[in-house]
Design a protein. Structure first.
Length: 337
């Protein structure tokens, strides 16, 4: 058993790496700085943003993962290779890697993950389904026959899994995540106030004043953008109600899909969930009032995991202790896809 074993959560928004015996050794945005002339990846994560800021126009930002799956194989492979170097396991002996993947991943997408990680320098690759890793990271007793429901709201997807007896019994995934919330805020401000704002500004607004549930004492805020008609900078005042309205569709999607997952779960397991509750994780779990909305509309208790952004990789990290020697077909991913 090697200290070089890694667990990787390759998310749409953030990539995290857990090293055996060490804990989380990498936690950065899933973005690369790429030379658009030859496709070379020059930097990853925060370093990529810095590089893009002070480079010629040929250096551009790219996101190799969308909606939880690899959309650019070459970039992903180069990104992982850089990350392995950054965490100090880029040389021999090669590390064994456990990668967290969406439950609904297709066979082709799975193979892309395995190939990207192997060609980036891993000795072997095993996969684990994200809801299962989340349940382990949340400290749930996954081996018991008792059903547990995990709702993981990420940047590009929301994944819902009913976990029992060490596996994902049923699940649902929708293409709604934090990025969609940011885009909805941009759209509303454009439509209502005639002002364009950037993605990063929209994300800040969401984190600072976004909510899924009316909150007492929430105050309006001033937002800087660019007036559409004149192109000039303009400051507009935005109310919490407007932002809640913008987030409404995404929030409804998450709540409705959770209800469906509960309705479709085997009755005994669904019954367990009425007692054990829903475990809400992923960065989107921190949206204010999302827990309240879920609790109210699904009529179950809702618990937000302690560190929603790291729950999945922490769970996968714990599984490294059980990583079998001949990597590939372990834990994950059963055949449903
Ligand atoms: N306090 C907050 N309130 C609302 N959203 C937040 C908060 N903090 C982070 N987020 C959002 O969480 C998202 C990132 O979550 P996370 O890192 O779990 O996604 P990911 O795992 O990379 O994506 P995916 O699982 O969809 O592939 C971003 O959209 C970010 O804006
Ligand atoms: Mg995720």
């Amino acid at each position: 058993m090697s200290k070089r074993d890694l667990a990787i959560d390759l998310g749409t928004a953030n990539t995290l790496v857990f090293q055996r015996g060490k804990g989380i050794v990498f936690d950065e945005p899933t973005v690369v700085a790429m030379n658009s002339r030859n496709g070379d990846v020059l930097a990853v994560g925060r370093e990529a943003w810095e590089l893009i800021g002070r480079s010629p126009a040929s250096v551009v930002a790219a996101r190799p993962i969308m909606r939880g799956v690899i959309t650019d194989f070459e970039l992903t492979q180069q990104m992982i290779r850089l990350i392995l170097n950054m965490v100090g396991v880029g040389r021999f002996p090669k590390p064994r890697v456990l990668v967290c993947v969406p439950s609904a991943i297709t066979e082709v997408e799975r193979r892309a993950v395995e190939d990207a990680v192997t060609s980036a320098g891993a000795r072997s690759v095993a996969l684990v389904e994200e809801p299962l890793a989340a349940a382990i990271g949340a400290g749930l007793p996954i081996q018991e026959p008792l059903g547990n429901l995990v709702v993981d709201v990420g940047g590009g997807t929301t994944e819902i899994g009913v976990i029992a007896m060490g596996g994902v019994v049923t699940g649902k995934a929708i293409r709604i995540g934090g990025f969609d919330m940011d885009a909805a805020i941009q759209r509303l401000i454009k439509k209502r106030h005639g002002v364009a704002i950037g993605e990063t500004t929209a994300e800040k607004i969401k984190i600072q004043m976004g909510s899924a549930y009316p909150a007492a004492g929430a105050r309006p805020a001033q937002v800087r953008g660019r007036e559409m008609t004149t192109g000039m900078p303009k400051v507009v005042t935005i109310t919490p109600g407007e932002i809640r309205e913008a987030l409404g569709e995404a929030v409804r999607g998450i709540v409705e899909t959770t209800r469906e997952a509960l309705a479709e779960a085997p009755p005994e397991l669904a019954h367990d969930v009425l007692e054990t509750g829903v475990f809400l994780t992923g960065g989107g779990a921190m949206l204010k009032g999302l827990d309240m909305r879920l609790a109210q509309e699904c009529e179950v208790p809702v618990h937000v995991t302690e560190q929603p952004l790291t729950t999945v990789v922490e769970g996968a990290g714990r599984l490294l202790e059980y990583l079998p020697d001949n990597g590939s077909a372990f834990f994950a991913g059963s055949s449903k896809s």
